[in-house]
Design a protein around this ligand. Structure first.
Ligand code: MN
Length: 235
């Protein structure tokens, strides 16, 4: 298998893993910056992630214009991916999703913080982007280049951002890093929400987040997690 074919196979696996782990469902998507061209990315045509096969992958430029002759309908919100790859040269993979585990952080006055060692994979802060601030009443989708650029500004140099009333975006320096972060954003959020009613929740310190976050992203740790999740997803 060529290097590109192997990367695209991994993108398909990432779709299946994030569906299996209840991050993506009928909606949401995951993309990979082209390993061959920084100005391009791969993402499925408009299809639920659990069903994605390699033949569904399409190639786009960073303005999210289709490259090649596959005219099948793309995801409306693919501009999120193009906008972030444009703003963040370090980002190689992006996921957008509406997992129930994180929705309270998009709706209520609750701040997401790392409270578990695996949650540290996200880093210290997750901003909340409110489309209302710049765009007023919309259909709540991120469907224009201006909206995607605004979202990328809210993400800034962090690893995740919440969208008010909508969902979240997570970024990674590789697909494996992205999958780890995305699942742990949800898991940590779930632990935090279940702990809050008992009071006295202790977030990790900045030092713990830095040390633990780096440990969780070491290649052997990522490989162990990836193999587990991929097996659960039927690979
Ligand atoms: Mn969405």
């Amino acid at each position: 298998m060529s290097e590109l074919a192997s990367d695209l196979a991994e993108l398909v696996t990432a779709n299946h893993i994030l569906a299996r782990e209840d991050v993506l469902d009928a909606f949401g998507h995951v993309s990979l910056r082209s390993p061959q061209a920084d100005g391009e990315y791969f993402i499925s045509r408009s299809r639920s992630p659990e069903l994605v096969v390699v033949e569904d992958l399409q190639r786009y430029d960073l303005d999210s214009k289709l490259l090649g002759d596959d005219e099948r309908r793309g995801y409306i919100e693919r501009v999120i991916h193009g906008g972030i790859y444009k703003a963040r040269p370090d980002v190689k993979a992006v996921a957008h999703f509406h997992s129930p585990a994180i929705m309270p952080f998009c709706v209520a006055d609750i701040v997401w913080k790392p409270v578990t060692h695996l949650g540290a994979t996200i880093g210290t802060d997750v901003a909340l982007w409110d489309s209302q601030a710049e765009f007023g009443d919309t259909d709540m989708l991120v469907s224009t280049a201006d909206q995607a650029a605004s979202l990328a500004r809210a993400l800034a140099n962090s690893n995740a951002v919440f969208l008010r009333g909508h969902g979240a975006v997570v970024v990674g320096g590789s697909l494996r890093e992205l999958v780890m972060r995305t699942i742990q954003l949800c898991r940590n959020g779930d632990v935090l929400l279940r702990s809050l009613p008992f009071g006295g929740v202790t977030p990790l310190t900045a030092g713990e987040i830095a040390l633990s976050g780096a440990k969780n992203l070491e290649p052997p740790v990522l490989a162990r997690a990836w193999d587990y999740w991929a097996t659960r997803a039927g690979h």
